[in-house]
Design a protein around this ligand. Sequence first.
Ligand code: URA
Length: 244
Amino acid sequence: MVQRLDKMIASQGTLSRSETVRLIRSGQVTVDGVVCRDAARKVEETCTVTVAGEALCYRRFSYIMMNKPSGILCVSRDPRAKTVLDLLPPALQRKGLFPAGRLDKDTVGLVLLTDDGEFAHRLLAPKSDIMKRYLVRLDGPLTEEHVRLFAGEIVLADGTRCRPAELRILEYGEQPLAEIGITEGRYHQIKRMFGTVDRGVVWLKRIAIGPLALDPLLSEGEARLLTEKELSNLTNSTLFVQHR
Ligand code: URA
């Protein structure tokens, strides 16, 4: 794909368009080894571009992790309520971004945003068995019997049969804390699963999607690009799903 040099650099999400133009004009950008001061220069994806001495590792698509706060909708747009896209800093805003997978309005934690439809499709495919991990606080005690039940087949109130879930009790007591891993993403799934054993979810946080763990340095509402390693680990796990 051929595009303007300033657009290509700014699309990578670390510099704004005006910062990019400033760097190009000051002679800090090279294309195939030669300084280029023309922000409008047309470049191919295959060109070798450096910015302030650093090689630009060009990605056609964006992959962003966000630590979603409570009270924010996990959709692209909503005329009335704030969405995860509204929280992105300007440098990470890019046309066509959408959340790859939903969290409830009151659920916090890891959300992936991308403009790569094929990748999202593989990640969200019903056949995908990518494990999503959550921390959950409940309104009543948990026992090893619950762990055993969840490892079997929980049947939701509407008759839906759930795949086995990995439940691990982290804190016992009247409001226990547990970690739960599920390979599906049905509407309100975790809340409905605990509903079958008469437990209400008082707090829910997604902490991982397959090999991708929520960065503990991201405060609620913050977002950052995935690293190369995070992206390749995740892509490899989605490709694995597609080929089975
Ligand atoms: N299960 C739920 O009940 N809610 C979420 O947001 C995610 C999983």
